[in-house]
Design a protein around this ligand. Structure first.
Ligand SMILES: C[S@@+](CC[C@H](N)C(=O)[O-])C[C@H]1O[C@@H](n2cnc3c(N)ncnc32)[C@H](O)[C@@H]1O
Length: 274
């Protein structure tokens, strides 16, 4: 028998007809009207160490999306819009690798971006998701397949349930363009420790490569960006910006929609694989 939380994820997934925002809005509405059944900010934050630990239940997955989903989607979309022109020379096959993907928000932002630019149906998308949480990984796969279906995109999703130190990039397909997404993971110490080995694997990824990393600008994240830039010294182009991001989102601590501003650091690096 599915739990109410699993049923809510089903409902929100089905509600997605025009983009990830549908999913987010449906989740916010559910969360707002069922506050007593859902987690409080302090309960979630204490158990997950402010969303850095792997999630262990659908109840946590719902809280996460309501509290952080839109912010993470918006920052990845901003970085894409600033740095990536997807409309010229559209490749037949595209690869996305989402490192510490959680529920796949960065990949969903990427798919929404392709759709907004009118090129969603022009490439077959190969998605690789790496994430230690089984709950998050299952939801990510499901949402990505659903959103691709909404846009009439061809997608294949490959999952590795592990931490980044154990991840092995499987890059033997025909893709000649790869997007490496690091959304809100660069501040995590175990992720930072895995970066040297990961950078070596990224360097040997043939064809054109783009790395897109986003995170709120605070001390641990700055340390992660520093390591990343050091380890990726082979990158030929680099765009590094801090953006004062202002947008409407639901604030779990205030139980209302508000305008919110946060400073995000965003890094895009580009190289041709060996
Ligand atoms: C703040 S969440 C970000 C999730 C997603 N990328 C997003 O933008 O919404 C951090 C994620 O990193 C994952 N994580 C934590 N340690 C990790 C590690 N060593 N390797 C891979 N993922 C890790 C967690 O399970 C969690 O899903």
């Amino acid at each position: 028998m599915p739990t109410p939380f699993q049923l809510q994820i089903d409902t929100a997934c089905e509600s997605m007809t025009a983009g990830f925002f549908d999913y987010y809005q449906n989740m916010v509405s559910y969360f707002h009207h069922n506050a007593a059944q859902n987690l409080s900010y302090s309960a979630f934050s204490n158990r997950t160490n402010r969303a850095t630990n792997a999630l262990i239940s659908e109840k946590e997955a719902i809280f996460y999306i309501v509290a952080y989903g839109w912010q993470h989607h918006q920052s990845m979309q901003h970085l894409l819009a600033e740095t990536i022109d997807v409309t010229s020379d559209v490749p037949e096959y595209l690869r996305v690798i989402d490192y510490g993907c959680g529920q796949g928000v960065a990949t969903l932002a990427f798919i929404d971006y392709l759709a907004q630019k009118g090129v969603a149906q022009q490439s077959a998308l190969e998605v690789h998701l790496i994430e230690p949480s089984k709950v998050s990984l299952d939801i990510a796969k499901r949402l990505i397949e659903r959103l691709a279906d909404v846009y009439g995109m061809q997608v294949s999703v490959h999952c590795q349930q592990c931490t980044l130190d154990d991840a092995v990039l499987q890059l033997d397909s025909e893709c000649r363009e790869t997007f490496h997404l690091l959304s809100n993971v660069i501040d995590i110490e175990t992720v930072q420790n895995a970066l040297p080995n990961l950078a070596k694997q990224m360097q040997s990824c043939t064809g054109k490569n783009f790395l897109l990393a986003t995170c709120p600008k605070y001390l641990q994240a700055q340390a992660g960006f520093h390591i990343l830039r050091q380890e990726m010294d082979f990158a030929e182009n680099c765009h590094d910006e801090c953006w004062e991001m202002t947008y409407q989102m639901y604030r779990v601590t205030q139980a209302s929609w508000n305008e919110y501003t946060s400073t995000q650091r965003m890094l895009m690096m580009e190289w041709t694989g060996l």
